[in-house]
Design a binder for this molecule. Structure first.
Ligand code: S3P
Length: 171
């Protein structure tokens, strides 16, 4: 079984994904880490040096490769579901779960770490709130294609584990 955690930056994909993988006895993969390894630089540097289109192309290639692996939990990049046919690929090859966060929660979580994320690195708190609100509205049409949606706020690993246990027999 392959589990793809999707959602906006700060929705908790990595935080939940790691213990979830451990509980399932699966391998945890952070898609951004693979991309950083592949380019040999940070995501911020990739955006600056090659631009977003090149990043998205490689992100798509990496997703394609991940779809060949077994028993994995993937924390996907926040924008990954919104490019190419990535959402369809995830749904075809695994179980996609959308960690849905509201702008207020996301801003709170991103406030201190946004320096490492190229799309939001130079934004003030006020700009960040506006950016997240706009981007969420734009991305909703993609995120909402996930097979399952869970609320990111106060999300427990156990909640997703139980959800997967119920459907695992089908995979
Ligand atoms: C992005 C989210 C980031 C990373 C890149 C672009 C986005 O991943 O892939 O900075 O477009 O939302 P996280 O969601 O893991 O921060």
């Amino acid at each position: 079984m392959r589990v793809f955690l999707i959602g906006f930056m700060g929705s908790g994909k990595t935080t939940i994904g790691k213990p979830l993988a451990a509980k399932l006895g699966y391998r945890f993969i952070d898609q951004d880490d693979i991309l950083e390894e592949r380019f040999g630089m940070t995501i911020t540097e990739v955006f600056a040096k090659f631009g977003e289109p090149k990043f998205r192309e490689t992100e798509h290639e990496v997703l394609n490769e991940l779809c060949q692996l077994e028993n994995i939990v993937v924390a996907t990049g926040g924008g990954c579901p919104c490019f190419f046919d990535n959402m369809e690929m995830m749904n075809q090859h695994g179980i996609s779960i959308y960690l849905k966060g509201d702008p207020k929660t996301l801003v709170h979580r991103l406030k201190d770490s946004h320096g490492t994320r190229p799309l939001i690195k130079d934004k003030t708190e006020q700009e960040l709130i506006q950016y997240i609100t706009d981007k969420l509205a734009e991305r909703d049409q993609f995120y909402s294609r996930a097979k399952y949606t869970v609320q990111a706020l106060n999300l427990k690993v156990e909640d997703i584990f139980q959800l997967l246990k119920g459907i695992k027999s089908r995979f």
